[in-house]
Design a protein around this ligand. Structure first.
Ligand SMILES: *Cc1c(COP(=O)(O)O)cnc(C)c1O
Length: 222
C-alpha cells in the first residue's frame, strides 16, 4: 500500500464521520521512526499535522522540516525536556501533572508563546499507561486557573490494544463524557475543543464516538 492510498482511506472515514457530527477532524500523522523523506512525501500528499512521541526525535525532524506542518508531542513529556520543544510544538497531548504545567508555563512565558495542551487521561486504568486517572483531571484543571501561557484545549487518551476495536468503544465514550462534564464546569483557561483519541487500529470507532483528533501512524506509513 502507498502512503497516498493509506491517507485517502483514513480521510474517507474522517469525512463520513465529520458529516455525522458536523465537526472538523484533524488527522495527526504519527511519524515516530519514520524517515524525513517519507514525512516529506506525506506532507506533499496533504498531511498538515505530524506527531512525535519523543522530544529528541521531534527536535531533529523539526530542524529538517520546519513549520510548514503543525507539530504534536504525543508521548510522555519529562519536565527537563520542555525547554527543547516549547518554541516548536503546536499541541502537547500529554499534560499529566501540575509540575509539568508549571514548567511549561515557565518556559512559555520566557518566549511569550501560549502553549495549547491536552490532558492525558488513563481512561482504561491499565497500569502500563501514562496519564491521569479520570478522578484526577478536575482537581488538576482547578489548579491551572492562575497560569497564563498554558491553555488546556481538551483531553487525550490511548486505548488498550485489542484485536477487536469494538472492545475499546466504552473508553472513547467515557473520555467524551468526561469532556462534556468538564465543559459544564467552565474552568478558567480551559476549553474542551479537542478530543484526541483513536490510532491505526481503532480510529474508526474513535471517530464514531466523537474524536476530532486522530493519531495514526502504522496505517499510514507501513
Ligand atoms: C505510536 C502512537 C500512535 C500511533 O500508533 P499507530 O498504532 O501506529 O497508529 C498514537 N498515539 C501515540 C501516543 C503513540 O505513541
Amino acid at each position: 500500500m502507498s502512503i497516498g492510498l493509506n491517507i485517502e482511506k483514513i480521510n474517507k472515514a474522517i469525512e463520513s464521520s465529520a458529516s455525522n457530527f458536523s465537526r472538523n477532524v484533524t488527522l495527526v500523522a504519527v511519524t515516530k521512526t519514520v524517515s524525513v523523506d517519507k514525512i516529506k512525501e506525506a506532507i506533499d500528499l496533504g498531511v498538515t499535522d505530524v506527531g512525535e512521541n519523543r522530544v529528541q526525535e521531534l527536535v531533529k525532524k523539526y530542524e529538517l522540516i520546519g513549520n510548514k506542518v503543525k507539530w504534536h508531542l504525543i508521548g510522555h513529556l519529562q519536565r527537563n525536556k520542555v525547554k527543547y520543544i516549547v518554541d516548536k510544538v503546536d499541541l502537547i497531548h500529554s499534560l499529566d501533572s501540575y509540575e509539568l504545567a508549571l514548567e511549561i508555563e515557565k518556559r512559555a512565558s520566557k518566549i511569550k508563546r501560549e502553549i495549547s495542551c491536552l490532558v492525558e487521561v488513563n481512561i482504561s486504568g491499565e497500569e502500563s499507561k501514562y496519564g491521569l486517572n479520570p478522578s484526577e483531571v478536575k482537581p488538576l484543571l482547578e489548579k491551572l486557573d492562575t497560569l497564563s501561557f498554558v491553555k488546556v484545549e481538551g483531553l487525550m487518551t490511548m486505548a488498550p490494544y485489542v484485536e477487536n476495536p469494538e472492545e475499546v468503544r466504552k473508553y472513547f465514550r467515557a473520555l467524551r463524557q468526561l469532556s462534556e462534564d468538564i465543559k459544564q464546569l467552565a474552568f478558567n483557561n480551559v476549553s474542551m475543543k479537542y478530543l484526541s483519541m483513536g490510532m491505526s487500529n481503532d480510529y474508526e470507532v474513535a471517530l464514531e464516538e466523537g474524536a476530532n483528533i486522530v493519531r495514526v501512524g502504522s496505517a499510514i506509513f507501513s
